[in-house]
Design a protein around this ligand. Structure first.
Ligand code: VG1
Ligand code: CO
Length: 543
């Protein structure tokens, strides 16, 4: 099989966002589109000759076709080996683990994560580096530069490979190994957590549900929770992945996973419930009668991680994205370990994890993870929660109540305005940026701004600088609002407004969240003239 060079003209807009390139599926299906982006990745990393790559995705529409394109191009580029999940399926954390375990040079992950799937929905592709984590900005910038000047790509003429059967194939000079989707990941989880204790907890009558939302965690959760930990059949809901996620929106939050939330809020609901997203890196944690806001989940996990064998020696530090609440900082301070504030997106945690500065990382968007891989990891978070519950022998509600009475409570919510007119959203951000220097001292009802700035980040390990990472408004009495535009959407602009307010251990810890934040929300609405500018009277999603 001789590699064939095809001339091409660059596609516009192949710019990786918060987590890779995400577009409408039909955009990816244009002839040459995947090829041009993959060639740009290969060029940006100095080619793939002699390299080993991991390839897999969340199984959404076009997953299988895109993988065949990648395999042919990897072979044409001289790759030594490509390791592929059976059926082309790998969750994002499992792909990260496989890259590390097999000492691969990198990997390509096919997913648009929490975005819906299907021919009329979204598709995505991203490159991860040899540490198993998303490519840092230096590399994504180089990829984007390549996409703009690309003149040709190289591929093979070869039939599709059978991805369904475990084993090794030859494609040209390249060895393609099809591996079990779940096995290596399940083994890693077994090493980190006390499976016996969790099994005993479940045996004792503790009830749980896990909603895989018709996405990639179905097979992982079924193997781990039901087969290995003995949870009864029916524990995993929507456990068979489908190309359009059962026409749902695989985003584990109170809006899109409402049936699960309703179940757990009922008096006879399960003791514990959780859900994950399209590619398996997010988690939502619920206990009977309580939704655990992701920022609190990170803080609780940091305070209790030592109860799991994998973290028994304690944690080195905690990192959170800037819009994530400061709850985890309070735990880090009490533990006497470092805390870090990074821009949004898991790619910013990699250098801290590699340097051993932090053990746990988290984002308000339902992302939590540790140094076991270099991606956030939904099922990992679920298992760490279960391990903690097995040791503490108490309810999720009690763990939170206890946590707040020790550290105080960071009331927190994110308000999303989705698919807003992009020009209007950009103008809103530009105007607010211009106004920043004059905001300190301005009052909106009971809320007075004390400080306003734009977040820019200098990576403490490699010194790289990332500007324009969100607008921060600090309020009197320890309130905070952050505004930024999403980098994962595929339609118009999504405006995210993050609201939080701290209440000390002796304050009122039982206010309903939206009520606790209503003055702040109103202040931001007035300051930004939200209703006029977005054309919306309320957010589309409140987490
Ligand atoms: C969102 C979240 C961010 C997360 C990213 C990828 O990005 O806010 O915290 O890292 O999605 O997660 P943005 O730019 O839309 O705010 V996933 O599970 O979609 O890979
Ligand atoms: Co995801």
């Amino acid at each position: 099989m001789t590699p064939i060079t095809h001339n091409c003209t660059p596609f516009e807009g192949q710019k990786p966002g918060t987590s890779g390139l995400r577009k409408k599926t039909k955009v990816f299906m244009q002839p040459g589109y995947v090829e041009c982006f993959v060639q740009s990745i290969f060029n940006a990393i100095g080619g793939v000759a002699g390299k080993t790559l991991v390839v897999g995705g969340d199984g959404r529409y076009y997953n299988a076709e895109a993988i065949q394109i990648i395999l042919r191009m990897a072979s044409a580029g001289g790759a030594k080996q490509v390791i592929v999940g059976q059926g082309g399926l790998l969750s994002t954390p499992a792909a990260s683990h496989l890259i590390r375990k097999r000492a691969a040079d990198g990997g390509l992950i096919l997913s648009a994560s929490h975005n819906p799937g299907g021919i009329d929905a979204d598709f995505g592709l991203k490159y991860n580096i040899s540490n198993g984590g998303p490519a840092p900005e230096g590399i994504t910038d180089a990829i984007f530069a390549q996409t703009k000047s690309l003149t040709s790509y190289v591929t093979l003429e070869a039939p599709d490979l059978d991805l369904a059967t475990i084993g090794t194939h030859s494609l040209g000079e390249t060895q393609v190994e099809i591996v079990d989707t779940v096995a290596d990941y399940a083994t890693l989880m077994q090493e980190l957590f006390d499976f016996d204790a969790i099994r005993d907890l479940i045996q004792s009558g503790f009830t749980l549900r896990f909603d895989a939302m018709h996405a990639i965690t179905g097979p992982y959760a079924t193997t781990i929770l039901q087969d290995m930990l003995g949870a009864p059949k029916g524990t995993v809901l929507n456990g068979v992945p489908s190309v359009d996620f059962g026409k749902g929106h695989p985003d584990p939050n109170p809006i899109w996973a409402k049936p699960l939330v309703d179940m757990v809020m009922a008096p006879e609901g399960p003791d514990f419930a959780a859900a994950s997203d399209g590619d398996g890196d997010r988690n939502m944690i619920l206990g009977r009668g309580i939704y655990v806001t992701p920022s609190d989940s990170l803080a609780v996990l940091a305070a209790n991680a030592h109860l799991a064998p994998g973290y028994a020696k304690g944690i080195a530090g905690v990192a959170r994205s800037m819009p994530t609440s400061r709850a985890s900082d309070r735990v880090a301070k009490a533990l006497g370990v470092d805390s870090y504030e990074t821009p949004t997106g898991w790619k910013f945690f990699g250098s801290l994890l590699d340097a051993g500065r932090v053990t746990l990382c988290g984002e308000e968007s339902a992302g939590t993870g540790s140094d076991h891989v270099r991606e956030k990891d939904g099922l990992w978070a679920v298992l760490l929660w279960l391990n903690i519950l097995a040791q503490r022998k108490t309810s999720v509600q009690d763990i939170l109540t206890d946590h707040w009475s020790t550290y105080g409570r960071d009331y927190y919510s994110r308000h999303d305005y989705e698919a807003v007119d992009a020009t209007a959203a950009n103008l809103l951000m530009a105007d607010l940026t211009k106004a920043l220097p004059d905001l300190a001292g301005q009052a909106f009802g009971p809320c007075t701004i004390t400080q306003a700035d734009q977040f820019s980040y200098t990576d403490p390990v490699d010194g790289s600088v990332s500007q324009n990472q969100g607008l921060r408004l600090q309020f009197r009495d320890d309130g905070r609002a952050v505004l930024r535009l999403s980098g994962t959407g595929t339609e118009g602009a999504t405006l995210r407004i993050y609201l939080e307010r701290y209440e000390g251990p002796n304050g009122d810890l039982t206010i309903e969240t939206q009520t606790a934040l209503s003055d702040l929300a109103q202040a931001v609405n007035t300051l930004c003239d939200l209703e006029n500018r977005t054309g919306r009277s309320a957010p589309d999603v409140m987490t």
